[in-house]
Every structure is written in C-alpha cells, then in structure tokens.
Design a protein around this ligand. Structure first.
Ligand code: DLL
Length: 444
C-alpha cells in the first residue's frame, strides 16, 4: 500500500488555504439558502423571512436549527428540494424509534458522496486497485452503499459482503487478501475474535487498515482492533440526514482528530441547552449545514452528537477543521444516582485493560427504587482463572473512580457473550421490574 503522505486524492480541495476555504463556504452557503428557501415545505418553514445575501459564516448561528423530530414531520419527502425525476437513490434511517428519515440523492449528490468517501479511503491508504472488504450493511442504511460509492470513485476494488455470516467473512479475507476492512468497530471485533478462534495470526492476514464508524468506540477498542487484526484502525463519522458516511475521518497521523470535509459540510458546535456557540476545543453538540447537497439538503441540522471542533496542524497539509471522537449523544446520557454517565466512558475503562474482551453490555438495573449499573463482559481467552477476582476488583475500582458512581462488573466465560453481526451494537439494556434477566444464568 502506498504511503498516505506521498499522494493525496483531491489534494487541491483538501489543502486549500483557509481563507479561500472560508470564501468558498460563504459562497456555497448563500447559494444553498437561495436555492432551498422556497424549494420544500420544510425549508420554507425554517427559513421564512431569511435573506440569503445577509447570511454570513459569522451570523449563521442566528438562523433556526432543524432537528430529527421536525424532519420526521416531513416524512417521506417533504424535504425534497428537486423534482422527483432527478432523484437517483434513496437511503433511510432505521426508524426504530419512530418514523424513518428519508434522504434522497441526485446524480451530483452521489458523485459528492463518492468523492467524500474516496478521501476517507485514500487517507486510510487505499489506492486504485486496492481490494476493500466492505462489511457495512448494504440496503437503506447509508454505510454499505455510501462507502461503496467511495471505493468506486477511487478506482479501488469492492468486496461488497455487507454484514453477517462472520465465518464467510473470515474465509473471504483469507482468500481474496483485501488490505482495507470497512465495518462498525463492534463487527470488526467480532471478525477479530473469529480469526483468533481459527488460529489466524494477525500478522499473517492481508489487512493493513480499517475504517470504523457508525457507532461510538473508544481508544481501548482501537488498541484491541489494531492488535487483534494487525491493522491501523481509523474513525469515520457521518449520518443519514447529512447524506451518510464520509462527513469526517481520521488519518494515520491524526488519531483523535477527524478532518471534516468542510467544503461540503459546514460544522458548528453549540451548547445543547442554550444553542450558543461553544469555544474552539470545548465539547458541545455538532450542527451541520450540507453546503452542496441538492436533493435533501439540511441547514443547521442538530445531530445530537457531542464532540469538540479544533483546527490542528496536519503534517500532510490538510486545512479542514477537525472534530474529536464523538464523546456521546445528548440523548444517550444516563443519570445514575444523580451522576451523569455516558456509556462510552464505561467502554473506555473496560477496554483499557487488555485482559477484557471487546464484547460488553451495560445493563441498567431499574427493578428497584434507584437504578444501578452492571457491566457484563468477558475476560480474553488467555486470562488464568486465578487472576479473575483481581481483574474484577480492579475494573470496579477504576469504574467508580472515573464515573463517580458504582458499576458492578460481571464476567461471562471467554467467548460466552453474543456478538453483533448485523447493524449497530446495542451496548445499553434497561432491565425493568418484572422483565426477564437480559443475561439469564449470569444476572438474576
Ligand atoms: O451511521 C453513517 C455512517 C456509516 C457513518 C458508516 C460511518 C460509517 P446513521 O445510521 O444515520 O448514519 O447514524 C448516525 O451514528 O448521529 C452518531 O450518533 C453515530 N455515529 C456515526 N459515526 C460515528 C462515529 C451512519 N464514528 C449516528 N463515532 C450519528 C460515534 C458515530 N458515533
């Protein structure tokens, strides 16, 4: 695989001087507002009375935002800003917690989706001709086909396996020798476990890089995946309402900082309670405007995702601003005995200990008057049983230290917990009074 430092896909756009980038964003923002203001019922309502020529990057935060709940009211296509005949593809959110949100793409939108994701794959070291094993789900979910678009744009080769049938995935990786793996981090962990079970040495497989996203993950998970698969693991962020994957991505030289494809996605970071912008480097809720999307553009879309924004020095010359890892979702936060807890903090503690496997679930026991937390996980295969009591005590101590509230730890047998093979891992389960135990035999 070529070194990412020697060439760069779309270098001119990715390394544009910041002043020029700001001007491009300003021009695109005004053109977008002028185009969409009267183009759909959703935009008409949101942008009533707005004069696009008056809007600048500095006063954009005075415009109203739009959130998922409002988008649902416009189901299915009340957001559409082009004629139906121009739509080339539809994707949708899974809609498990309400009506799905539909996003539509024109031919230009698909081209931009491809370009944005080609930048991601190029940063991970893929080039024309590289074999890419794409185990993100294909279908209405944007992950599979969104990254597929990027692989094709780059001229690389897609293995469009989608999720599931893990044994078959391992066999195909052995046989076709892809260099890049694409899937959720929890599924990458399941693939690593399956390889270990078959005695495949991480150093011997063909994989060199993995691009993992669509769900939260931690530095501990990165270390496990890098060791278990013998790869460099990179983060990718995106969401259906913004068009899918490829909104932001890490490079091997920027762990913890995801470059935002700022020529297409204009980021803001606001205090979720007041809506006011937060300072650079401070955690707030990400808000995005899709500067170039034609079919279903969004203006000031509140993602619910919490992260910080910062411009960093890139050794490869990228000038786009960066976002941190997603630290949580505003609606993910648990309040346990008065303490605010993000499930991602539990993963960070558990996986910092390499004696613990990547499979875990956080059970919120709500059977009593006060909720309590139980982390259900497993030791890795090679932990001697004599070490288990010390491991449990250490994890519980570290969790209490980090969270400020107790979290009991329960260990299953190595390999005893189910793995998520399709879709996003569900890491939190609520155990209500009268309901069956989520882990019979382990929790009673
Ligand atoms: O998950 C798009 C995607 C596909 C991103 C493939 C990356 C790779 P949705 O299904 O609409 O879209 O889910 C979007 O997933 O608001 C975040 O809460 C979460 N999410 C996405 N990427 C990350 C990430 C796709 N890297 C929602 N880290 C977002 C943490 C993520 N959470």
């Amino acid at each position: 695989m070529a070194e990412p430092t020697t060439e760069m896909f779309d270098r001119d756009a990715q390394t544009m001087p910041v002043e020029q980038l700001r001007q491009l964003q300003q021009d695109r923002l005004r053109a977008l507002l002028a185009r969409v203001r009267d183009a759909s019922p959703q935009h008409r309502e949101q942008l009533a009375g707005v004069d696009p020529q008056e809007v600048t990057l500095e006063n954009l935060n005075e415009l109203p935002t739009v959130a998922k709940a409002q988008m649902r009211e416009y189901y299915p296509l009340g957001m559409l800003c082009v004629d139906r005949s121009e739509v080339r593809r539809i994707h949708a959110t899974s809609g498990t917690s309400g009506r799905p949100t539909i996003v539509a793409y024109t031919a230009t939108d698909l081209d931009i989706l491809g370009r944005a994701n080609a930048r991601v794959l190029d940063a991970a070291g893929a080039r024309a001709g590289t074999f890419v094993h794409n185990a993100y789900g294909y279908g209405l979910f944007t992950g599979g086909l969104g990254l597929h678009q990027g692989i094709e744009h780059l001229g690389a080769c897609t293995v469009p396996i989608s999720g599931g049938m893990t044994q078959r995935q391992v066999t195909l990786i052995e046989d076709l020798r892809p260099e890049v793996l694409l899937c959720t981090p929890s599924y990458a962990a399941a693939i690593a476990d399956a390889m270990a079970k078959h005695g495949i040495d991480p150093a011997d497989n063909s994989l060199k890089a993995g691009v993992f996203g669509a769900e939260p993950w931690s530095e501990g998970m990165r270390a496990s995946l890098e060791k278990g698969l013998g790869i460099k693991a990179m983060d990718i962020y995106g969401m259906c309402e913004l068009g899918g994957p490829g909104v932001a991505f890490e490079t091997p030289e920027s762990p913890g900082y995801l470059f935002i494809n700022e020529d297409h996605f204009l980021p803001e970071c606001i205090d979720p309670a007041t809506g006011k912008p937060v300072a650079e480097g401070e955690v707030g809720e990400l808000v995005f405007t899709t500067l170039t999307k034609e079919a279903t553009p969004v203006v000031r879309y509140r993602t619910g995702d919490l992260a910080s924004l910062q411009r960093v020095e890139d050794p490869n010359g990228r000038t786009f601003t960066t976002m941190s890892r997603i630290v949580g979702r505003a609606d993910d936060m648990l309040i346990i005995r008065g303490v605010n807890v993000f499930p991602s903090e539990i993963e960070a503690v558990l996986l910092a200990d390499d004696r613990v496997s990547t499979a875990y679930t956080l059970v919120i026991d709500e059977r009593g008057t006060m909720p309590s937390m139980i982390a259900v996980t497993e030791p890795t295969q090679d932990v001697p049983s004599g070490q288990v009591p010390e491991l449990l005590a250490r994890l519980q101590h570290e969790l209490k230290d980090r969270l400020g509230v107790s979290c009991k730890v329960v260990l299953a047998e190595p390999g005893g917990l189910p793995r998520t093979e399709v879709g996003k891992a569900v890491r939190v389960q609520h155990w209500k009074a009268g309901a069956d135990s989520p882990f019979p035999g382990l929790l009673t």
